[in-house]
Design a protein around this ligand. Structure first.
Ligand code: UDP
Ligand code: MG
Length: 147
């Protein structure tokens, strides 16, 4: 089954939105494979945002993402990568549709509250930055046949 990395970013943690954001994905029907609360260091943030290295927003982005603790999760489901991206909304919350997470909870691109892998290749690269293999749990929920 497809897996993706989701991060509840430092601004969302500070604003008390961890539960609300997790609830969106839980209610949608995705299965949680991994979940942790941590404070990223610069090294981790650098690995995560390596594809953006050298861009104008890179340094402010690393500062933002290391400015406080985050919640990291791995979600599992059919087409979960694309569906999570749709649920997150546009990168710039000013263009994100109402009803999307960024559309409903954020107003600025530099405080856009949530991260989700953008492709299977990104998910494969990003998940191991936060989770060891043994920290990801394989299981079947009895309710999954109803989702
Ligand atoms: N970002 C920013 N300014 C920009 C573009 C991106 O601050 O002009 C930040 C923003 O937090 C975004 C992250 O950098 O979520 C990664 O950018 P990307 O284009 O990968 O957007 P995402 O995949 O998060 O939607
Ligand atoms: Mg991205």
């Amino acid at each position: 089954m497809e897996r993706t990395l989701v991060l509840v970013k430092p601004d969302a943690v500070q604003r008390g939105l961890i539960g609300k954001i997790i609830t969106r994905f839980e209610e949608k029907g995705f299965q949680t494979a991994g979940l942790k609360f941590l404070w990223m260091d610069e090294k981790k943030a650098g690995r995560l945002y390596e594809p953006h290295f050298g861009k104008a927003f890179y340094e402010p982005l690393v500062n933002y993402m290391t400015s406080g603790p985050i919640t990291a999760m791995v979600l599992e489901g059919e087409k979960v990568i694309e569906q999570v991206r749709n649920m997150m909304g546009a990168t710039n919350p000013q263009n994100a549709s109402p009803g999307s997470i960024r559309g409903d909870f954020a107003t600025r691109i530099d405080h856009n509250i949530v991260h989700g892998s953008d492709s299977p290749e990104s998910a494969q690269r990003e998940i191991p930055i936060f989770f060891e293999k043994a920290e990801l749990v394989d299981y079947t929920k009895d309710i999954s046949k109803w989702i």
